[in-house]
Ligand binder design. Structure first.
Ligand code: FS2
Ligand code: SF4
Length: 545
């Protein structure tokens, strides 16, 4: 195996024996094979499109398959084997259809001809070095191809959530196919791939806007909310991941059952939506960022529903209490599929009734709900505070949390920021500092949480609005600094989206991506001023100078 798609890539280079995330070589091979086969499908779709043959039926299959390969989403080999079988069938059907319509394509390409008639053949394909990341020999081309792949994976994840809420975009699917097909094209130059990287950012913005529309039109605009972090004494289900539609189904099905529902990690922002406030059994948020789940799932006592990443390989009996749905999966955990568009969570509810209530690990409340509409509602106050000098600078500290000790930097950074600064956050990165008491500035809390990682879109919308209000030419003239923590591929699409919107001088940590070759990193530094992080003191001084 070779995988370097996340921030925890072994030794800052790549996982080659087993993933730091727990991904086994066989799973890595299956994920590579799935991506490889998707490229073939998208290549055929692109050929059809060029010849005037529109093929739409593989759109959601490609989207969901990409999502399944994101870090910590799915560790279940059997699900990948089934996916690959399905992918091969879709590929062969499209091939036949194009041949019947006299559409020409390169019929000798391995992505189009390889066969996986048995599970062994499918598994063997993943060991073939022509299938994975290292198949591209030139390190700069490889770096850009993988940067695009990871951006498209992130985009697919967000498109999947929007899709579950009934929103989809032909243009976004078209781009997904265009990008995947381009990854097979050896004639593309470095410049072509850099241009495609920026285009990925454009579609990242469009996808996050689509998801924002899907979430807010269905559940209302997030509003300032205090979220309980303590517990009640009734049995309960913990829901994690990002899918709000799954949460809604669970809340409806648990009504009047005597079972409460708590959010975990990236599901916390669900509390900010007006539509979920009507459920009296929707109690609060339990625990912290994803990487602490082994101990926190243990003390939660009840069943856990993982709707997406991030799953940490469970230890001990807890595996029997974890259920997965959507793109998520883990061997030994029961997976709940939608049947006729509905998911039946009754087995989880019945299990919850037999288990003790959660053990309290914290008490109190945290405040969030500062997505664009709520911040716009406070715009006068915010603008006045900036004009009077009460707020000197905003710090966008969105992104992800992770296991690395070096991420303590972000807590310390938040703590040591001067009192006339405000943190804008989104994603699970916030757990490093969202329980610190940083106070407020004239009633504006010093940490404004917009929501999940995809709600980084809100932070960009807020920045663009402030640019307008202050009548500035360039978003970079605003008193906003970007100190972003990344972990997996959704952070990659968020970064590309910000670059596309013209945001410069973003600092990325705790380490720069292993998949950036020195030359590609140099392009990002020279063109966009991307930087890493140093010490807290030096960085605060640098950002404030
Ligand atoms: Fe955090 Fe994991 Fe949001 Fe990422 S829970 S790192 O999936 O997408 O963030
Ligand atoms: Fe390693 Fe990250 Fe890949 Fe897991 S996802 S194998 S930790 S690089």
């Amino acid at each position: 195996m070779f995988c370097f798609q996340c921030q925890e890539a072994a030794g800052g280079k790549g996982c080659s024996r087993v993933g730091v995330c727990g991904k086994k070589p066989e799973t890595a091979g299956l994920q590579d094979t799935l991506i490889y086969t998707l490229k073939g499908i998208s290549y055929l779709i692109e050929k059809g499109k060029a010849a005037g043959v529109e093929i739409r039926y593989a759109d959601d299959f490609v989207m969901d398959s990409l999502f399944m390969t994101i870090t910590n989403a799915n560790f279940d080999d059997s699900r990948f084997v089934e996916r690959i079988k399905e992918a091969l069938k879709i590929r062969n059907d499209i091939k036949e259809m194009l041949i019947s319509k006299d559409v020409s394509f390169d019929e000798t390409l391995d992505v189009l001809v390889w066969t996986g008639n048995t599970v062994e053949e499918i598994k063997a394909k993943g060991k073939n070095e022509k299938v994975g990341v290292l198949a591209t020999e030139n390190e700069d081309i490889r770096s850009l191809r993988e940067l695009i792949t990871y951006g498209v994976k992130g985009l697919a994840a967000y498109a999947h959530h929007a899709y579950n809420l009934g929103e989809k975009s032909k243009e976004i699917f078209d781009f997904m196919h265009k990008a995947l097909a381009a990854l097979l094209d050896d004639t593309l130059s470095i410049d072509d791939l850099v241009a495609l990287t920026l285009e990925t950012g454009k579609y990242g913005v469009d996808t996050m806007a689509l998801l924002d529309k899907a979430n807010t039109s269905k559940y209302g605009n997030p509003e300032i909310t205090e979220v309980n972090i303590g517990v009640n004494d009734r049995p309960a289900i913990l829901i994690s991941g990002h899918d709000l539609h799954d949460l809604e189904e669970l809340l409806i099905q648990t009504e009047n059952t005597g079972v409460d529902v708590y959010t975990h990690c990236e599901m916390l922002p669900a509390h900010y939506y007006p539509a979920f406030k009507k459920y009296p059994h929707f109690i609060g948020n339990y625990g912290n960022a994803w990487w602490k789940q082994n101990e926190e799932f243990e003390s939660f006592n009840g069943p856990i529903l993982m709707t997406t990443n991030c799953i940490v390989p469970p230890k001990g009996e807890v595996v029997n209490r974890i259920f997965t749905t959507g793109a998520a999966g883990y061997p030994g955990c029961k997976h709940i599929e939608a049947v006729d568009g509905k998911k039946d969570f009754s087995e989880i509810i019945e299990l919850a009734k037999t288990l003790p209530a959660p053990t309290e690990i914290e008490t109190g409340k945290i405040v969030g709900g500062f997505a664009h509409a709520q911040v716009f509602a406070l715009a006068d106050k915010v603008v006045d505070a900036v004009k009077s000098g009460a707020i000197k600078k905003f710090f966008v500290m969105a992104g992800c949390d992770g296991r690395m000790k070096s991420r303590d930097y972000y807590r310390e950074f938040a703590e040591k920021l001067p009192k006339d600064t405000v943190i804008l956050t989104a994603g699970c990165a916030k757990y490093r500092y969202n329980k610190l008491n940083l106070g407020d500035i004239g009633g504006i809390p010093r940490i404004l949480d917009a929501g999940q990682c995809n709600d980084s879109y809100s932070l960009a919308v807020i920045a663009l609005k402030l640019k307008e209000v202050f009548e500035l030419e360039d978003v970079n003239e605003l008193p906003i600094a970007y100190n972003i923590a990344w972990y997996e591929q959704k952070a990659v699409i968020v970064l590309l989206a910000l670059l596309y919107l013209g945001v410069k001088n973003i600092h990325l940590g705790p380490t720069l991506p292993a998949f950036l070759s020195p030359n590609v990193a140099k392009v990002l530094v020279d063109t966009f001023g991307i930087g890493g992080i140093g010490t807290v003191e030096d960085d605060i001084e640098m950002f404030l100078s």
